[in-house]
Design a protein around this ligand. Structure first.
Ligand SMILES: *[C@@H]1O[C@H](CO)[C@@H](O)[C@H](O)[C@H]1NC(C)=O
Ligand SMILES: *[C@@H]1O[C@H](CO)[C@@H](O)[C@H](O)[C@H]1NC(C)=O
Ligand SMILES: *[C@@H]1O[C@H](CO)[C@@H](O)[C@H](O)[C@H]1NC(C)=O
Ligand SMILES: *[C@@H]1O[C@H](CO)[C@@H](O)[C@H](O)[C@H]1NC(C)=O
Ligand SMILES: *[C@@H]1O[C@H](CO)[C@@H](O)[C@H](O)[C@H]1NC(C)=O
Length: 394
């Protein structure tokens, strides 16, 4: 998997001796995996307990790393276990608690089931705990003791219950991914995680208000939850590049500050209950915003005129709202270049199209189901307009 790992094992002196309690844990790990899932070419098939794990050559005990012995007589310990994508079925043994020097546990993309053993809380040297893509169930054990943890990825499992508040104390976290589980309740306080740059809590059943976010966050996904209320104080998070809040119950005004974030490239607030949006002119003409998706809300009023100052915007979706009035003439200057995708369908827009819309241009999108005077020969007008009665009611 990682050639450096093999090299590392080869470099170990012939005198290395693995701590007996570490060997016992490796044995417990291999015994807790269903033998039928250990294929001929998998790492576990190279674990030969007649040999010393840390003293074996590159071909044996694949998937582990050891500390370098201090001197000829000292023992070594296991520092990393990486069995990613090897197809194992089974349980994670509580015996794991005895690997006191372990810094990385990577069991991603296997078929482990059952609980994450609470004993994991004793692995105070762990920096990476990567268990995504398994069938782990039950709640997250108390991980507040794992003070060195930088990367916690428990995504794509069957974990449930609340996200433990002890996560708030993991000050070294840079990457937290709990997406695609069955977590409920509110999001614990995370604003103290000042090193966190990726936060993904998407596809759970989290509720409550928009959380206070840590200041150095770059990527945020809270999509497919039950969050409600307004977006608050997001402008403080000046490094944000990707924000996905889609499919929640967020409402009110879409905070105009969000559009002034200097590094923001992707913003998706679709499928919420927002009622208004205000886009201020982008001050210094260097907005990075490329994708803006606000479809399926309750946005009303005129289309945001100032979007034409966002020179990197290629994909815009304002469909399925209640926008009214005319399509601003300046939108005509953007269509085709830079705008490659433009969806304004299912609104109550009216009147003629901006003159540039009627010439040939290369854009994917739709103006269907409005109250527009939309020439049928235009691809973007396919799907027809609303009936006059519907338009009159608006
Ligand atoms: C290692 O052990 C041997 C015999 O037990 C001893 O003679 C030697 O001094 C030890 N070496 C170190 C570096 O401790
Ligand atoms: C950890 O090691 C101790 C001492 O060897 C042993 O008594 C204990 O049962 C081990 N823990 C587990 C969960 O196996
Ligand atoms: C971390 O590992 C070292 C050995 O490398 C060990 O002495 C220490 O007890 C471990 N710390 C914890 C909290 O387990
Ligand atoms: C925005 O989010 C919705 C719902 O999660 C998704 O279907 C859509 O593809 C996203 N839009 C873009 C442009 O990525
Ligand atoms: C955004 O636009 C500016 C000026 O139009 C340009 O210099 C910059 O490279 C663009 N950034 C991206 C990411 O495309």
């Amino acid at each position: 998997m990682i050639p450096a790992m093999i090299l590392f094992l080869l470099l170990l002196s012939a005198e290395a001796k693995t701590l007996q309690s570490d060997i016992d844990v490796l044995r417990a790990i291999s015994l807790s995996i269903d033998p039928i899932s250990i294929t001929q070419y998998s790492f576990l098939n190279t674990w030969d307990f007649d040999l010393d794990p840390c003293d074996s050559t590159g071909a044996d005990f694949l998937g582990i790393l050891c500390t370098l012995p201090q001197d000829d007589n000292s023992t070594t310990q296991i520092t990393a276990i990486d069995l990613e994508g090897d197809g194992y079925e089974g349980f994670l043994t509580p015996a794991i608690e005895n690997l006191t020097a372990l810094t990385t546990l990577n069991l991603k993309r296997n078929q482990f089931r059952g609980p994450i053993p609470p004993a994991i809380a004793r692995l105070g040297n762990l920096t990476s705990l990567l268990l995504s893509g398994n069938f782990f169930s039950g709640s997250i054990p108390n991980v507040g003791t794992l003070k060195k943890l930088a990367n916690l990825d428990l995504s794509q499992n069957l974990l449930s219950g609340q996200i433990p508040t002890s996560i708030s104390g993991l000050r070294r976290l840079t990457h937290l991914d709990l997406s695609n589980n069955e977590f409920v309740g509110i999001i614990p306080e995370l604003s103290g995680l000042w090193q966190l740059n990726t936060l993904d809590l998407s596809s759970n059943q989290l509720m409550g208000n928009f959380p206070d976010l840590p200041q150095n966050l770059r990527a945020l996904s809270l999509s497919h939850n039950l969050l409600s209320g307004r977006i608050s104080s997001i402008q403080r998070i000046g490094n944000l590049e990707r924000v996905d809040l889609s499919d929640n119950r967020l409402s009110g005004n879409i905070d105009p500050e969000i559009f002034t974030l200097p590094f923001l490239k992707y913003l998706n607030v679709s499928a919420n209950r927002f009622t208004s949006v205000e886009v201020n002119k982008f001050a210094d003409d260097s907005s990075q915003l490329q994708v803006l998706d606000m479809h399926e809300n309750r946005l009303q009023g005129n289309l945001p005129l100032n979007l034409f100052t966002y020179s990197n915007l290629t994909s815009l979706n304002l469909g399925h709202n209640v926008f009214s009035g005319r399509i601003p003439e300046v939108y005509g200057d953007m269509i085709g270049n830079p705008w490659k995708t433009l969806f304004l369908d299912y609104n109550f827009l009216e009147g003629n199209l901006p003159s540039r819309f009627t010439s040939t241009f290369n854009v994917r999108g739709s103006l269907a189901r409005n109250c527009l005077n939309c020439p049928r020969r235009l691809e973007i007008c396919r799907g027809g307009q609303r009936r006059a009665a519907e338009c009159a009611k608006q």
